[in-house]
Design a binder for this molecule. Structure first.
Ligand code: SF4
Ligand code: SF4
Length: 374
């Protein structure tokens, strides 16, 4: 028998309720202290606070004040916090560090508003990364500022995701700490195909495609023009699938939806290389929107605010977060209303727990957790 499976990881939890005596930021501060997230941080440590400040246009991302308790906790032990994320693979305002820092400020994350620097971890154009070995073989490019930081605290807005169904700490770590080359490696199994019968020829996907590999064309004798993808130049970023207002580009995989999950778990482990126990994870289960904050829009939340979780185990904190939603009831009229019993599967009907199982298999953390309710 594998004895490690009987050992639980602790996950601390505060619900989202608050009153005049204790607001949500008080609860977050208590959670961070109880979980011991900054206990290993030494005076002078450069502490990466990895988060996703959202694409401009998305207003479902975490509001900036939620990050203050973590910044204050790091400062209280003498650490030097900075907010960080990496450049994207797709078009938008986070594809290079100049646009990216401006995008962060537009969404309220800046030195002026929060008193900490914003550092784009993979440099001006996303080339500043180093190869780190993956558990399953090969290497991935992890952003240099992530690797060079003395400690890392991963602050995650839990929400849905069109490729993963559940988007939590492992996604924030695994996808969010790679350079664009690493992200391309993660997406390489994605094979979008346009369903001509649903395409109206609006051209929205063409505007968003980073490799300009989509064009409109029509059959001879027909006035209808539909989008077509040049597969040789497609990098599988998924931007067209997320963009199409008519659902004409469904997600398709060369193999299965499991592969991006197992690869992301391996990249998450790579992102933590060299940090030993100087890592911690906070999952914020508020504004539970169906789509990633990478989208420049946001559908209304599908579940009422749940609360906050913290742990030093990224697998356990994600399993606990996923379970809280899986056991809940969707908001009437939301995208999950009337869908599968597990609301995550209303976002995309896949086995989204593959990433947890693989994370455990490679030693990233444990799926078995004990929830400590504060
Ligand atoms: S966005 Fe959708 S409907 Fe518009 S051209 Fe592209 S595939 Fe067709
Ligand atoms: S066609 Fe390929 S490269 Fe272009 S947006 Fe879609 S997935 Fe990305």
């Amino acid at each position: 028998m594998d004895k490690t499976k009987s050992i639980q990881s602790k996950v601390w939890f505060h619900n989202a309720r608050s009153d005049a005596k204790r607001n949500r930021l008080d609860k977050l501060a208590e959670l961070i202290a109880e979980a011991g997230l900054v206990s290993k941080i030494s005076r002078g440590d450069l502490v990466a606070i990895k988060l996703h400040w959202g694409e401009p246009g998305n207003v479902g991302h975490l509001p900036p004040p939620y990050i203050r308790p973590l910044i204050e906790a790091v400062r209280a032990v003498g650490g030097k916090p900075f907010l960080t994320d990496t450049n994207t693979l797709y078009t938008g305002l986070r594809r290079n560090a100049v646009d990216h820092v401006q995008a962060a400020a537009m969404n309220g994350f800046s030195l002026t508003t929060l008193g900490v620097p914003v550092v784009v971890a993979d440099g001006l154009k996303g080339f500043d990364g180093r190869d780190v070995p993956l558990a399953g073989g090969g290497t991935v490019k992890i952003a240099s500022a992530i690797l060079d930081a003395d400690a890392m605290l991963v602050f995650t807005h839990v929400k849905g995701h069109m490729l993963f169904a559940y988007g939590g700490a492992l996604k924030n770590l695994g996808m969010g700490c790679t350079t664009p080359a690493g992200k391309q490696f993660l997406h390489s199994d994605l094979r979008p195909v346009v369903q001509a019968k649903h395409c109206t020829g609006c051209g929205d996907c063409i505007q968003r495609c980073p490799t300009a590999c989509i064009a409109l064309s029509g059959e001879e004798g027909s006035t209808q023009r539909v989008a077509r993808i040049d597969k040789a130049r497609c990098i599988g970023c998924g931007e067209c699938t997320a963009t199409c207002p008519h659902g004409a580009i469904p997600i398709r995989w060369a193999s299965s939806p499991d592969l991006i999950q197992t690869k992301t778990a391996e990249c998450a482990l790579a992102a933590l290389a060299g940090k030993q126990d100087k890592v911690g994870f906070v999952n914020c289960m508020i504004n539970l929107t169906p789509d990633c904050d990478c989208c420049d829009w946001n559908d209304p939340p599908f579940m009422a605010d749940v609360g906050f979780l913290a742990s030093t185990d990224p697998v356990a904190v994600d399993v606990a977060s996923a379970d809280l939603v899986a056991a809940g009831k969707p908001i009437p009229g939301s995208v999950a209303d009337g869908g599968p019993a597990d609301p995550w599967r209303a976002i995309v009907d896949i086995d989204y727990r593959v990433i947890f199982a693989h994370g455990e298999k490679i030693g990233l953390g444990r799926q078995d957790y004990g929830l400590v309710k504060l």
